[in-house]
Design a protein around this ligand. Structure first.
Ligand SMILES: Nc1ncnc2c1ncn2[C@@H]1O[C@H](COP(=O)(O)OP(=O)(O)OP(=O)(O)O)[C@@H](O)[C@H]1O
Ligand SMILES: [Mg+2]
Length: 291
């Protein structure tokens, strides 16, 4: 593990370190490239019993490394959403093992599960799922309620995140006053505002035209380049150019699984730990760090 704050004191060349205030932070560039963030073994999701029994997932195995951008494809009903919901702790499997960040989720309380979800996982849905009565700013600030951030911090963080998506002028709009593409970018801002490591996206471009789809994919690409792990379901094969791995599912199982980027070339996550004072997490791309 490398600490780049030393660069701050010594006037080193790390641009991220030199951007941080002196003695206020410790930025850790952690070599987690090959770390397995999700391990799924023998997962089965069964609906009904006897004559009505059916399987959305069957003896499903999957290991996901930090920094992967996975696209999941497959025909309607093959279990893509079911898998995403289980990974996102919104649903539970009938049997099998799911290890998230080294922790077996089967044994944890629903309260801990909710907290884990709030801290670690951001969701993006096809229909945006924004709360229509809340402003754009309040929608984006919402996940920070679940991790107990004070209101002023919530609104500041939400505003900063919206600026990144060039939506700061729409902060006080209602979702219905935005285009589909803008609403989805607000939903992406909401998904990342709490700085989760895993982004789950279920057909995020399904309702968008090709221009808005590209804008959304470019945002996801930059989030990925910061070392975040993205698992996205899509029916659009053209979008697989953004993926580092493409999984095709069939009848609740993996049909094909192709990695297009080697594990050692996946982007790394930069973590900022507060030591003294308040350190702001930088969302600068670490694209140039890959090598
Ligand atoms: N609550 C439920 N009760 C019974 N069966 C269900 C339930 N939810 C999902 N299923 C079944 O599980 C299977 C997988 O559903 P899932 O929603 O995961 O498919 P999908 O691959 O996401 O499909 P799509 O591409 O249409 O979104 C389907 O056959 C579906 O009918
Ligand atoms: Mg689905």
């Amino acid at each position: 593990m490398e600490s780049v704050c030393a660069g701050n004191r010594t006037g080193g060349s790390n641009p991220l370190a030199s951007a941080m205030p002196k003695n206020r932070c410790s930025i850790l560039l952690r070599d987690k490239m090959n770390e397995e963030i999700i391990q799924i073994k023998g997962l089965t999701k069964r609906y009904g019993y006897g004559d009505t029994e059916s399987f959305a997932l069957k003896d499903f195995d999957l290991t996901i490394r930090r920094g992967e951008f996975i696209m999941i494809m497959g025909p309607s009903g093959c279990g893509k959403t079911t898998l995403l919901n289980i990974i996102g702790l919104l649903d539970r499997a009938t049997s099998g093992e799911y290890i998230l960040n080294g922790e077996d989720v089967a044994g944890i309380s629903s309260r801990r599960k909710a907290r884990l979800r709030a801290k670690k996982i951001g969701f993006i849905f096809q229909n945006y799922n924004l709360i229509q009565d809340l402003s754009v700013l309040e929608n984006v600030a919402l996940p920070l309620v679940y991790i107990n951030r004070p209101r002023t911090v919530r609104l500041k963080n939400a505003s900063d995140t919206l600026r990144r998506f060039h939506l700061q002028e729409r902060e006080y709009y209602l979702p219905s006053q935005l285009s589909g593409g803008q609403q989805q970018r607000v939903a992406i801002a909401r998904a990342i505002v709490s700085d989760p490591e895993i982004i789950l996206a279920d057909e995020p471009t399904g309702n968008l035209d090709s221009r808005a789809s590209i804008a959304v994919m470019e945002e996801l690409k930059s989030i990925h380049e910061e070392g975040n792990t993205i698992i996205m379901v899509t029916h659009n094969p053209a979008l697989t150019v953004y993926a580092t791995r493409v999984i095709n599912m069939l009848d609740g199982q993996i049909n094909t699984d192709i990695k297009t980027v080697a594990d050692q070339n996946l982007p790394q996550k930069i973590e900022v730990k507060r030591t003294r004072g308040k350190a702001k997490r930088s969302r600068k791309s670490n694209k140039g760090r890959k090598n």
